[in-house]
Design a protein around this ligand. Structure first.
Ligand code: UD1
Length: 429
């Protein structure tokens, strides 16, 4: 397995172009199953997760072509017909969001067999809300031997769906199925994440009738068929926030481009409160930090537009060297502090109790070998290492490759001392 070595202490100066959003790209790719015409996605990130999903879509009957377009990487997905309605365990296990092919498969063919994704390191992550939404749309759902068997031989029917709490995945899944249902669907207590708006925009280009995305009430008027379209993936707000935090941690001045600062307003406000210089631009933001120590600030994760849970680990890394005590509350996932003991290996002073972490800032972190446990936790270790004395070795970096495009390249272009050490080909666990 590859490792990443970082020698801390270098200030970051320069520009970092942000890639297309992973969490948008994978739902847009699933949307391609809804039509027999080609869907062309531009501003695509090239990541392990998009490759995993591409493989699954090919198994289901899609032709997936990755190519270089005028505006960077693009992917054309063309599913003339669904050749198999089965999404097997080996492929769904590799990436949870693969489960979202279930809705499009039932919507297009009236049947599907998709593996349950199972839990993951950040929590149990059940899919009960997804299944309930599909049942409301008229699908019959049975669970056997780890698989969901879904049927709607006479098609899906529009319905009123009230989510008991906000779920990004369940809202997207309901939308992906309801676009081809007969009649109107109303989603109440829907998630408002920008990736959801992006999905609605793309579906509308394909001929769907979705309104209200970005608010907690989404209306979908079902249509008989969808067509091909060309759609540019929105910028990755988690990558944007991660590099903003990396710049704040290392010090220096970094301009983040090809992105949108309004996607991470909550984070930028917190960073300013801590003493980081932030200038918002049309296509991103400049993050500036001089030599002084930052102030500890408190955060609580919440659905969008609240503080993103996917930036919590990275923010904690920044707080490990702030002046004072920072309280970090995680309200979305039950087990999302696995980075805390790894940060402690670098000298951080963190105590965790239930959904709350208290971070008492130390003057300096010290490099050490650490282990990445999930995608966001891995990158929080990279951020911490940028300001630690000596060398930090981050092991198990395959998590990083799932969600960050050319991370070492983007950071080293700004002066970070970071390099990848190729692994010995040992299998991943
Ligand atoms: C998505 C993002 C992930 C992000 C999360 C929250 C993708 C691929 N992933 O994940 O990066 O951290 O949103 O912003 O877009 N839940 C249930 N039952 C369900 C569905 C969810 O109990 O049927 C729970 C989850 O376990 C979690 C909470 O609801 O505790 C929110 O999860 P959800 O918003 O669905 O996250 P994902 O869509 O899985």
């Amino acid at each position: 397995m590859d490792r990443i070595a970082i020698v801390g202490g270098a200030r970051l100066e320069g520009e970092i172009p942000i890639s297309g959003a992973k969490n948008s790209a994978i739902k847009l790719m699933a949307a391609s199953l809804l039509t027999d015409e080609p869907l062309r996605l531009t501003n695509m990130p090239r990541l392990a997760d998009t490759r995993f999903l591409g493989r699954l879509l090919e198994r289901l009957g899609a032709q997936v072509e990755e190519r270089d377009g005028a505006d960077g990487a693009e992917t054309v997905l063309h599913t003339r017909e669904i050749v198999s309605g089965i999404a097997p365990y080996e492929l769904v296990r590799q990436m949870r969001a693969s489960f979202n092919v279930l809705g499009p498969l039932i919507a297009r063919t009236g049947q599907a067999k998709v593996s349950l994704p199972g839990g993951c390191t950040i929590g149990a992550r059940p899919v009960d809300l997804h299944l309930e939404a599909l049942r409301s749309l008229g699908a019959t759902i049975d669970l056997h031997e780890g698989y969901v068997y879904a049927q709607a031989p006479r098609g899906l029917i529009g319905a009123e769906i009230v989510f008991p709490f906000v779920s990004v995945g369940a809202t997207e899944h309901a939308m992906l199925a309801a676009v081809l249902a007969r009649g109107e669907t109303v989603l109440t207590n829907a998630a408002c994440e920008p990736e959801l708006v992006d999905l609605a925009d793309c579906l509308n280009k394909m001929g769907a009738k979705v309104s209200g995305a970005g608010t907690s009430r989404i209306r979908i008027e079902g249509v008989a068929r969808l067509t091909g379209a060309t759609h540019s993936v929105i910028p990755d707000r988690i990558e944007t926030g991660t590099f903003a935090l990396a710049a704040a941690m290392a010090g220096g001045e970094v301009r983040l481009t090809r992105t949108r600062s309004d996607f991470i307003d909550t984070l930028l406000d917190k960073m300013e409160e801590a003493g980081v210089g932030v200038t918002r631009h049309e296509d991103g933001a400049t993050i500036k930090r001089g030599g002084g120590r930052l102030q500890a600030v408190e955060i609580e994760t919440d659905p969008y537009p609240g503080f993103a849970t996917d930036l919590q680990a990275q923010f904690m890394a920044l707080m490990t060297v702030a002046d004072g005590e920072s309280v970090i509350r995680e309200t979305i996932f039950e087990n999302r502090f696995m980075h805390a003991p790894e940060l402690a290996r670098l000298g951080a002073d963190i105590s965790v109790s239930g959904g709350e972490a208290r971070v008492r800032g130390v003057a300096m972190l010290e490099g050490a070998p650490v282990m990445a446990t999930d995608l966001r936790a891995s990158v929080s270790l990279v951020i911490a290492a940028l300001a630690a004395s000596g060398e930090t070795m981050v092991n198990r970096v395959y998590h990083l490759d799932r969600g960050f495009e050319r991370l070492e390249e983007k950071l080293s272009a700004c002066g970070a001392q970071i390099r990848r050490i190729a692994g010995d080909g040992e299998p991943e666990d």
